[in-house]
Design a protein around this ligand. Structure first.
Ligand code: SF4
Length: 382
């Protein structure tokens, strides 16, 4: 791909992640699940990408996915803008456990990552503490998953996902529990089973444990990377959109991250930072930089409203707003040696939900691994 065409692809992906993609063809999508979801998964000119596909606002998007003589394309009106390759249905989705549980109710493929919400329940769900962007209870209520995945189930599915569908890592998350470890030890045991059986690198995600020694126990289970997600750095916004998380306070996240970086290493600790919740951009940028300085990867994503959630009728932030935040944070990451290329597992390794990697290969960025389209996109110079 030429420099020019990579730049065009980068622009298009950023547009699609804000405007959404009308699907006029078969496409593997994710609806519900913990945290921000609602994603169509596809490769656009070879770049792995997730884009909103099912929310109401997507109907207004000028962009459509259509089948054509060359396979699939992204269209604006009658103009074909890019080649597209929808993620195929994974082979392991046809399989089930000996007890009859379909593998796809245990874990899903997110492009090349196996992903599961190991506890599909959360202490905050269904009460005033619920995170407004979260869809963890929706897929459970819809019968699309099971409430609790056991380590044995996940190990069995991971082996199939690696062998039949080329999974390169596993991303395991959990609803928060009322216990002091907030579910970290259970999701850690699930990771251990996946690693032992399939040998995949694993990221696990959980809330800050009240006892930070839990982080060492999670590492001792073999976990490679952790996600401890503050969601937003603006305290007023956090109190409004994630009141349960806000109760711990943002400083509790920094304390957990500092210990986690000691345990897992710089760059192996990440946090989601959702844009478009009404946050103060200056607080957001400064706090992202503070996180970077202690070795935390701020995985910045535009809000992706999930139909059926409290924020389900919202719309993503404008592409320019998102890109402006990326431009201020990514160079700081370069200076501190943080890059998706060094993350062993999880969302910050995959990058398909964010446009940050679009900027990572600009001047001063790390060298692109050969053959990895997502990290070969150029910096869109401000
Ligand atoms: S802590 Fe919030 S985002 Fe995470 S599962 Fe619970 S309600 Fe969802």
């Amino acid at each position: 791909m030429s420099q020019m065409s990579r730049s065009v692809t980068a622009d298009l992906i950023a547009e699609l992640q804000s405007a959404g993609l009308r699907v006029e063809a078969e496409l593997e999508t994710r609806q519900g699940g913990a945290g921000p979801s609602d994603a169509g998964m596809l490769w656009i000119d070879g770049v792995p990408t997730t884009v909103p596909t099912s929310a109401a606002y997507v109907a207004q998007s000028p962009y459509a996915l259509r089948a054509d003589d060359d396979g699939f394309g992204i269209y604006r009106g009658a103009t074909r803008l890019a080649e597209a390759r929808p993620a195929p249905q994974p082979n392991f989705y046809k399989m089930q456990t000996a007890a009859g549980v379909p593998y796809w109710k245990i874990a899903l493929m997110h492009l090349d990552s196996l992903a599961s919400t190991v506890l599909q329940t959360c202490a905050y769900w269904g009460n005033s503490d619920q995170c407004q962007f979260c869809g963890i209870g929706l897929s459970l209520a819809g019968g699309r998953t099971i409430a609790k995945k056991t380590p044995e189930m996940l190990a069995e599915v991971a082996v199939a996902a690696k062998e039949l569908d080329g999974a390169v890592d596993a991303t395991l998350t959990t609803g928060s529990t009322a216990t002091p470890d907030r579910g970290a030890l259970y999701v850690g045991r699930c990771a251990q089973a996946v690693k032992d059986a399939a040998g995949l690198p694993v990221q696990v995600q959980f809330e800050p444990p009240s006892d930070l020694d839990v982080l060492s126990q999670v590492r001792d289970l073999g976990v490679d990377s952790v996600g401890i997600h503050v969601e937003t750095f603006d305290p007023q916004v956090l109190a409004r959109v994630a009141p349960g998380k806000a109760r711990w306070g943002i400083e509790a996240y920094f304390a957990a991250w500092e210990r986690a970086v000691e345990v897992f290493g710089p760059g192996q600790v990440s946090t989601y930072v959702i844009l478009g919740l009404g946050e103060d951009p200056a607080i957001t940028v400064e706090s992202c930089k503070r996180a970077v300085e202690i070795g935390v990867y701020p995985f910045i994503v535009p809000l992706r409203p999930v139909p059926g959630t409290i924020l389900g009728e919202s719309v993503p932030p404008p592409r320019d707003y998102v890109e402006n935040i990326y431009r201020q944070v990514v160079p700081h990451m370069h200076q501190h040696g943080l890059s998706a290329a060094t993350v062993r597992a999880g969302c910050a390794r995959c990058q398909a939900c964010s446009g940050m990697a679009v900027l990572e290969q600009g001047p001063g960025g790390p060298p692109a691994p050969p053959g990895d389209g997502r990290r070969m996109l150029p910096l869109q110079v401000a």
